[in-house]
Design a protein around this ligand. Structure first.
Ligand code: PMP
Length: 368
């Protein structure tokens, strides 16, 4: 089996599994309980907060959530709600994950003005984002690394420029695909454990101390009332263990990417969709072969990739379109995403299978 769908999710690492099991067996107290067992659980949470802050190289606060979908909802609705009296203009991008894009639609219905920029319209997308923020903008929300093509937005450049000009504009970053791989800069940063070999069902929102957020979930007032609900201590412990196990300064992804691109160059009818992108995500189209056909062909050979188009109800991905990929190419897009356990051999086998698929299915292709 060759798993090349790591942008969708990753295999939990041994360290994460062990940390979760240990917690369930030995440290199952409710972190809000005042007795010793509760205090032990609370200590686990505090220690993982420190781990996350240290990996982010930040000194703010960490709130645990059920995953980045919830973190993004909390950041967008929470910040917009808290800032509503100051203004109603928000800047974002047209390539956001639905967990940012859908809350933005809701905010528009509530009367917010949401300006959404498409990378395909600009030569320098960071400059475009920076220049779109004005003194009426209360929130800027964008992603560090796009999940479909790996497209990178330099958060350091955007954050520093925006804060210099408009210190009161709150900057939110969807850091899911960039965490542990690239430095992240923002007032609010969404993270997910299962993209870095943690366990599904837990994420976090980093928050600068001075930023005010309204909660989305009301209840027992845990986590300072920002996110009520008993914290899943075992998932949080696994998140911390996964971060600790994730190496810094990775060079392997660029080697794997280089190998894959070399193989793709040898094949006919390949169009590369990833431009300015992270090393661990490569999106390309096989002219004339629909994504799903190729995906299932590869699956039969034990190779798992993603159909890069993320088609919903037969419609082409608005994200690929905003990144400048034509509808025809989006329809045949394949996304390959690496983990640190992938090898050059995996890539070679993938390329062989892909070539076979191209030979088999291109026979039925006629241009136009
Ligand atoms: N943002 C991005 C960029 C993602 O790739 C994902 C996961 N596909 C999410 C948010 C949502 O994360 P989760 O699965 O933890 O809810």
């Amino acid at each position: 089996m060759i798993y090349l769908d790591n942008a969708a999710t990753t295999k939990p690492c041994d360290e994460a599994i062990r940390a979760a099991v240990k917690c369930m067996e030995e440290c199952y107290g409710n972190p809000s309980s005042l007795h010793k067992m509760g205090i032990e659980s609370e200590k686990v949470i505090s220690s993982v907060k420190k781990t996350l802050l240290s990996r982010l190289n930040k000194a703010g606060e960490i709130y645990f959530t059920s995953g980045a979908t919830e973190s993004n909802n909390l950041a967008v609705f929470g910040a917009a709600g808290a800032l509503k009296r100051r203004g109603n203009r928000i800047v974002t991008t047209a390539i956001e994950h639905p967990s940012v894009a859908e809350p933005m639609k809701k905010l528009m219905e509530e009367g917010f003005e949401v300006v959404s920029l498409k990378p395909r319209d600009y030569e320098n997308f960071e400059d475009a984002l920076i220049n779109s923020v004005d003194d009426k903008t209360v929130l800027l929300s964008f992603m560090a690394v796009n999940n479909e093509t790996g497209f990178i937005i330099d958060s350091k450049k955007v954050y520093n420029s925006v804060k210099k000009r408009f210190p009161s504009c709150i900057v939110h970053l969807d850091g899911v695909q960039g965490f542990c791989k690239t430095p992240l800069f923002a007032d609010l940063i969404s993270l997910s454990a299962h993209k870095i070999h943690g366990i599904k069902g837990v994420g976090a929102l980093y928050k600068e101390k001075t930023v005010r957020l309204l909660p989305n979930v009301y209840g027992g007032g845990q986590q300072g009332g920002i996110r009520s609900g008993t914290e899943p201590v075992e998932l949080i412990a696994a998140f911390g263990a996964a971060v600790n196990a994730y190496p810094e300064n990775i060079t392997k992804f660029s080697e794997l990417r280089h190998t894959l691109l070399q193989h793709l160059e040898q094949l006919e009818s390949i169009i590369l969709n990833s431009k300015n992108s992270a090393d661990n995500i490569v999106n390309f189209s096989v002219e004339g072969v629909k994504s799903e056909i190729m995906l299932h062909f590869l699956e039969e050979k034990g190779i798992y990739v993603s159909s890069g188009s993320a088609c919903s109800k037969g419609k082409t991905s608005p994200v690929l379109s905003a990144l400048g990929v034509s509808d025809k190419n989006a329809d045949s897009a394949v996304r390959v995403s690496f983990s640190l356990s992938n090898t050059k051999e995996d890539i070679k086998e993938f390329a062989l299978a892909l070539n076979e698929g191209i030979k088999r299915f291109r026979r039925y292709y006629s241009p136009n």
